[in-house]
Write a protein that binds this ligand. Structure first.
Ligand SMILES: Cc1ncc(COP(=O)(O)O)c(C=O)c1O
Length: 445
């Protein structure tokens, strides 16, 4: 047994099943930039960025130095009772970089999940309304509030229901497939019809607190909306006094080329959540929004003992500085264009590539068994991922069949070329039957 096998064997004895969606047996030793090194010493190009939580890459000196310096000062004192400078500096910085022309406030947490729970509390309290609407295939997190907003996997619902009351889900305005896997995308009006029917028959619009969106539905398959949908939805929200919230936990902080993915659309949400890459991968999330909503509740309505700990705050400040200093927002856009120049040819070139989509370095490659009918091919996607892994590239599939192309923003052009060569060869190998014997049992979402 090699080191990886030993570690994974040990892992299975102590780490419980619900905590990991299995892909291939990558046991990580360390990383730098967009490179990962496994416990055997083999290197990989990372196209997953630890689920978009390593936008500034692995172990960047600017961030590790900031963490080390803060650890020597004090590791934590809870903001639930006292004050510290790293929190103040970070809250101010987040207010500056977040979109929205209004006066803002910030609340901190430890995970994307708890930030989205905070949205539920704030929206319900401020509006005095009970209902929350989100999208089918959304992933907002793993705690009961964020889970109740999610609608992506029965494994996130089975055996421990009921979810929180008062949550409804509507179709995401996918611009590749239509509702119910229909071949063609629907129109804005068609996508909004279920919501309008809801408002007419069983959910009074003036009792809805908030509609929560992911601008690009991440784990749902990197789905992009049909043009103009979010703007129309915002109008509808304004008509009915409903708050608009954006979960920018996966798409924020440079992933799509802006601080917030909201900047791609003509909308101004009332509340936004950030997480994942915010503190370079240390546990941290933030809710930022209109001051009158954020300040509405009194303490201790939303606080966490170890929230906004100064080590995470300093890591976040260094992460944000690094994005500024290295112009990583522009890098995301430029590298995204570079990758897309090549990827955009693949739907014509390969029968298994149905669609390529996304913004900046948040790209989805939709693997299909029938391009006309857009039939998903999760097996093919997993085989391609496994082949990439064997050849030194880390990539996974979401929504079963969509390759998730989200490298650290610091990835080099050479690495992008190598990764694309490996990925293209894997697709060719799949199409020529060379991956037929890959064992993908038990893998994937
Ligand atoms: C869009 C989105 N929201 C929320 C979350 C949950 O974040 P966390 O796992 O930090 O709780 C995720 C995680 O994948 C996500 O992609």
């Amino acid at each position: 047994m090699n080191k990886s096998e030993q570690l994974i064997n040990e892992d299975s004895k102590y780490f419980a099943k619900p905590g990991r969606i299995k892909y291939y047996p990558l046991a990580i030793s360390h990383g730098y930039g967009a490179t990962l090194v496994d416990v055997e010493g083999k290197t990989y190009i990372d196209l997953l960025s630890s689920a978009s939580s390593q936008n500034v890459g692995h172990a960047p000196k600017q961030v590790t130095d900031a963490i080390k310096a803060q650890v020597d000062q004090f590791i934590h004192y809870t903001p639930a009772y006292m004050y510290h400078e790293p929190l103040v500096k970070l809250a101010k910085k987040i207010c500056e970089i977040a979109p929205g022309s209004y006066e803002k406030r910030v609340l901190f947490g430890l995970s994307g999940s708890d930030a989205n729970d905070g949205i539920v509390k704030l929206a319900r309290a401020y509006t005095g309304r009970p209902y929350i609407i989100s999208f089918i295939n959304a992933y907002h997190g793993s705690t009961y509030g964020s889970l109740s907003m999610s609608a992506i996997s029965l494994n996130m619902r089975k055996h421990y229901g009921p979810m929180l009351p008062g949550f409804y889900h509507i179709p995401f305005p996918d611009n590749y497939r239509g509702m119910f896997e229909h071949q063609n995308p629907n129109t804005i009006e068609e996508y909004l019809a279920p919501l309008k029917e809801m408002f007419e028959k069983y959910v009074p619009a003036d009792e809805v607190a908030c509609i929560m969106i992911e601008t690009i539905q991440g784990d749902g398959g990197l789905l992009e909306p049909v043009d103009g949908y979010f703007e129309t939805l915002q109008d509808l929200c304004q008509t009915h006094g409903i708050l608009l919230a954006v979960d920018d936990i996966q798409q924020g902080l440079g992933r799509t080329g802006y601080w917030s993915s909201v900047s791609h659309y003509n909308i101004e949400p009332d509340l936004i959540t950030f997480g994942k890459s915010l503190a370079g991968g240390l546990p941290m999330s933030a809710i930022v929004g209109r001051s009158e909503i954020m300040d509405y509740l009194d303490a201790p309505a939303h606080l966490f003992t170890t929230g906004a700990n100064p080590v995470s705050c300093e890591a976040a400040l260094a992460t944000i500085s690094m994005i500024e200093d290295q112009n990583l927002l522009q890098a995301s856009t430029d590298k995204g264009h570079y990758v897309r120049k090549r990827l955009n040819q693949w739907p014509e070139k390969y029968k298994s590539v149905g669609n390529v989509r996304g913004k900046g370095l948040s790209i989805g490659i939709d693997i299909v068994s029938d391009k006309i009918k857009k039939v998903r091919d999760p097996e093919a996607a997993l085989k391609i991922c496994n082949c990439c892994y064997d050849n030194g590239v880390v990539i996974i599939a979401v929504a079963g069949n969509v390759l998730r192309f989200q490298p650290p923003l610091v990835i080099t052009y050479d690495q992008l070329d190598t990764a694309l060569n490996v990925l293209e060869a894997a697709i060719q190998d799949f199409e020529t039957g060379k991956l037929d014997n890959y064992d993908i049992a038990g893998q994937g979402w």
